[in-house]
Each structure stands twice: as C-alpha cells, then as structure tokens.
Design a protein around this ligand. Sequence first.
Ligand SMILES: [Zn+2]
Length: 213
Amino acid sequence: MLTLSAKFRQSFPIVHAMAKRRISDFEGFQKVLNNAKSIIVLTGAGISSESGIPTFRGEGGWWKTYRSADLATPQAFQSNPALVWEFYNYRRHVALNTHPNNAHKALSEYEKKCKSEGHHLAIITQNVDGLHKRAGSENIIELHGNLFKTICTNMSFRDPNVKDDSLPVVMKEDLPKCKKCNSLVRPYIVWFGENLDHEVLRKSSMDNLLYEH
Ligand SMILES: [Zn+2]
C-alpha cells in the first residue's frame, strides 16, 4: 500500500511543520493556506459519516450477518459475487439516499474561490460515495474507487456512470455484465488486499498535483 505521509513530508515541508505545531494554531494555518498556490485536501470516512454514510469501523461494520470488511475483498467476490453485489447495491442505495453535508459544500465553495484566485485545489478522498462530486467539487481523486462505477473482471473496461441500486441479485446469471465482452463486472472499488489504481496514483502524485495544471 502507498504511504502518502513520507511523500507528503518531502513535498510539503511547510505544511508538515504546521502539523507538528499545536493543532489550535488556526491563525498560522490560515496564513499558510492563504499563501498556498496548490492545496490538497485529504478526506476519509469522517466527512461522510455526517451525511449518514456508515463507516466500516462504526455502524457499517456489519451488514446482515457479515462483516463488511470480509465482503470488500477480491476473494469474497470470487467465491460469491452475488452476495458481494448485493452488499454493494445496498451501499449504493445508502449513498443515493444521503446528501452532501456542509463540509462537502464548504470544500466545493473553497475550490471555486481558489480557482477564481488562480490557486489550485485538489481533493484526494478515500470515500467511494460520490458526495464530493454531488456537492459540486470538480478536482477529485478517488483513491479507493467509486460505488457508481463498475469495472469488467475480464478486460478492465470501466463503466463510469452506473446509477442502479435496485438490481435483483439472486443468481449469478442475473449479475451485471460488461457492455463490451459480456464478462461479469464488479464494483469499481479498491478492495482490501488490492493495490491502488495506477492511473489514480499518477494523478495523486505530488508532481502531478503541483506542476501539471
Ligand atoms: Zn469486458
């Protein structure tokens, strides 16, 4: 797995120094933020839990009689794709029935402000719920994939916009198939034990975020 922190320390000595200071040094933080040309926001489950998205470590730790973390693996999909799809349809359903909260909206507004001032803001998120996009943010890197995308298990074809959350998951034959080769598709999610997507990693590299815009 990628450790962002080492790269982060190398690339952002100022911000890292800030992090070592007292967390209540808001003024100092604001100064650094106001002077920054490139800003990267890292978000995780905490920001979406305010919208009612359960976290794997909290309420969402279990689904039916299964541990959520056990279903979010390539092995689980291989042994019982119908069950894993049912779990992901449930997660889609939950995500579609929530709304971006004030934190998502504030980041979206801040991105617009940065843009108008010639600064650059990117959100790197571990969340797969799509709430940053629904709040209006544009420059989002989804490290762990997206609930509403699928990827073919055979040829890596990605379908970027799947809204269905009501799939009648019963038999393997009924599971969603690739539009191009008719193989089984799976949720476009980085599961436990899998590597991050190369293209997403390239986009989230500091060189790319700082210099290629
Ligand atoms: Zn395919």
